[in-house]
Design a protein around this ligand. Structure first.
Ligand code: ACO
Length: 429
C-alpha cells in the first residue's frame, strides 16, 4: 500500500504523504504543496477535496453505504430512535439507558423558549419563509444564553452538553411556533409527558379545547424521518457549520448558518421541490412518463434524483420509500402522489439516461410524501430536515471546537479579474 504520492511539476518531483481512512479511503495530503511549489490545487465544488478528518459518518456513494460511528443506517433505523442516534452522532457511542434518559430529560426540560422570543416572532411578516425565521431565531436564541455563546472556546465547550440539548429541543419548539404564527394560531406550550416527536406534533397541531392525539404511527414515522437525516458527512450545510465554527463562532451562530445553507433547492430545499413536481405531474394528468422525457431532454430536472456522492441507491431513500407506504396505509390515506413517485422511480431506474449517469432516488424523493401524510405543510419540509440534521451539525461543531490543532477554514482562489490598472478620477470616467 502506497504511503506517499508524487506530483510532477516541470522537472521537479514533489512527494506527499498518503492519508488512509478506517475504511481504506485514500487522500494525498497536499497541505505543503503551496509552500513547496507556489501551486495550489483547484477543485471547484470540492468533488475531490477532503476538508477534514472526521470520526462521525462514513459514506461509500458507489456502494450506497451510510454509517454513523460504525453503525449501519439500516440497523439504526430499525432498532433505535432519533434521540439515541443523536447521542451516538454527537458523543461517538450508543448511549446506556442512563445516558439516554439523561438526554431525554435534558431535552424535555429545555423545550420551552424564553417569553421574550415571542416578540421576535411578531416582527416577522406573515409570509416570511420558515427557514428565514428558523435561522434568525436560532442565532437569537444564543443571545438568551450568553454563557453558552461566548465565542470563548473553552467556556462554550464547558457548557456543551446543555447547549446541545437546548438546540435539539428548542429547534422543534421554534419550528412549531413558526407554523402557528404563520397560521395566526396561538402558541402551544410543550407537554413534558410527551416524547420528542409527539410533543412536536402536539405543539404544531393542538387546537384550543382539542388536544392533538394520533395513534396511527405519525410520531414514529416522524422519528424515523429525523433519524435518517441526523448526519451526512461534509454536505453543503455541515461544511458551512464547520466553516463558521473554524473562525471560533459559538454553536448557536454556527447552526444558524447551517440552516441558511440547507435552504437551497439543490440541498434541503429539494424535499419541497419533489412534492411541487409530483403535484404538477398529477395536475397535468401525466403518470410521470412525459416528465421523464422532459428531464432527458434537459427541459426539467427530476427532483429527488441524483446525488453528488451516491452513485447508487441512497440507503435512506430505500428506508423512507417503504415507510411512506406503511404510514399512508396506517393513516388510511390513498395519495396519488405516491403512485406517481413509484412509477417515476421505476421508469427512471430502467432508463438509459438515468442508468448511464448513475442517478438514483435520494433521501428527498419519498420524504415529502411521508411528511405530507403526517400533516406537515410543504413550506415546513426543509425546516423538518433542519430539525433532523441538528445532531450532525452539533457533532461537527464539537469536532472542530475540541481539536487543539483546528485552523480557521480559508480556501484560496485563482484570481481571473482585470490585472493592475491606473485609478481614473470620477470626472474622467
Ligand atoms: N434529473 C435529470 N438529470 C440530472 C439530475 C436530475 N435530478 N441530476 C443530475 N442530472 C444530470 C445532469 O444534467 C448531468 O447530465 P450531463 O452529464 O448530460 O450534463 C449529470 O446528470 C451529472 O449531474 P451533475 O449536475 O454534474 O451532478 P452534481 O453532483 O453536480 O449534482 C445534485 C447533484 C445537485 C443533487 C443533482 O443531481 C440535482 O440537482 N438533483 C435534483 C435536486 C435534488 O434532489 N437535490 C437533493 C440532493 S440530496 C440532499 O441534499 C439531501
Amino acid at each position: 500500500m502506497e504511503t506517499t504520492g508524487t506530483i510532477r511539476l516541470g522537472n521537479e518531483n514533489l512527494e506527499f504523504p498518503v492519508i488512509t481512512g478506517t475504511e481504506g479511503e485514500k487522500a494525498l495530503d497536499t497541505r505543503t504543496l503551496r509552500a513547496k511549489s507556489g501551486y495550489i490545487t483547484f477543485d471547484e465544488g470540492y468533488g475531490n477535496t477532503g476538508s477534514c478528518l472526521s470520526e462521525i459518518t462514513f459514506i461509500n456513494g458507489e456502494q450506497g453505504i451510510l454509517r454513523h460511528r460504525g453503525y449501519a443506517i439500516e440497523q439504526l433505523a430499525e432498532r433505535s430512535s432519533f434521540l439515541e442516534v443523536a447521542y451516538l452522532v454527537i458523543y461517538g457511542e450508543l448511549p446506556s439507558e442512563a445516558q439516554l434518559n439523561q438526554l431525554r430529560s435534558q431535552v424535555t426540560k429545555n423545550a420551552s423558549i424564553h417569553t421574550g422570543m415571542r416578540y421576535h416572532f411578531e416582527g416577522f411578516p406573515i409570509d416570511a419563509h420558515p427557514m428565514a425565521i428558523l435561522s434568525s431565531m436560532l442565532n437569537s436564541l444564543g443571545a438568551y444564553y450568553p454563557n453558552m455563546s461566548s465565542n470563548d472556546r473553552e467556556q462554550d465547550l464547558a457548557h456543551f452538553d446543555e447547549t446541545a440539548a437546548v438546540l435539539i429541543s428548542k429547534v422543534r419548539t421554534i419550528a412549531a411556533m413558526t407554523y402557528r404564527m404563520k397560521k395566526g394560531l396561538p402558541f402551544v406550550f410543550p407537554d413534558h409527558s410527551r416524547r420528542y416527536t409527539d410533543n412536536f406534533l402536539h405543539m404544531m397541531f393542538t387546537e384550543p379545547y382539542n388536544e392533538y392525539h394520533n395513534d396511527s404511527g405519525a410520531a414514529d414515522a416522524l422519528d424515523l424521518f429525523l433519524l435518517l437525516h441526523a448526519d451526512h458527512e461534509q454536505n453543503c450545510s455541515t461544511s458551512t457549520v464547520r466553516m463558521v465554527a473554524s473562525g471560533g463562532a459559538n454553536l448557536f451562530a454556527s447552526v444558524s448558518a447551517g440552516v441558511c445553507a440547507l435552504w437551497g433547492p439543490s440541498h434541503g430545499g429539494a424535499n419541497m421541490a419533489v412534492i411541487k413536481m409530483l403535484e404538477e405531474i398529477h395536475a397535468d394528468g401525466d403518470d410521470g412518463s412525459r416528465f421523464i422525457k422532459a428531464a432527458k431532454e434537459g427541459k426539467a430536472k427530476l427532483m429527488g434524483f441524483g446525488h453528488r456522492v451516491y452513485k447508487n441507491y441512497d440507503p435512506r431513500a430505500k428506508i423512507l420509500g417503504k415507510s411512506a407506504e406503511h404510514v399512508l396505509s396506517g393513516i388510511g390515506i390513498d395519495d396519488p402522489l405516491l403512485d406517481i413517485a413509484k412509477h417515476l422511480e421505476q421508469a427512471a431506474l430502467e432508463d438509459d439516461y438515468f442508468i448511464k449517469r448513475k442517478l438514483y432516488p435520494n433521501v428527498d424523493f419519498y420524504s415529502g410524501i411521508l411528511l405530507k401524510a403526517i400533516g406537515i405543510p410543504v413550506e415546513m419540509f426543509t425546516v423538518m430536515f433542519a430539525i433532523g440534521r441538528m445532531p450532525g451539525w452539533i457533532a461537527n461543531w464539537k469536532e472542530i471546537a475540541e481539536n487543539p490543532k483546528s485552523r480557521i477554514h480559508r480556501p484560496r482562489q485563482i484570481y481571473t479579474g482585470p490585472p493592475l490598472r491606473e485609478f481614473v478620477k470620477l470626472g474622467d470616467r
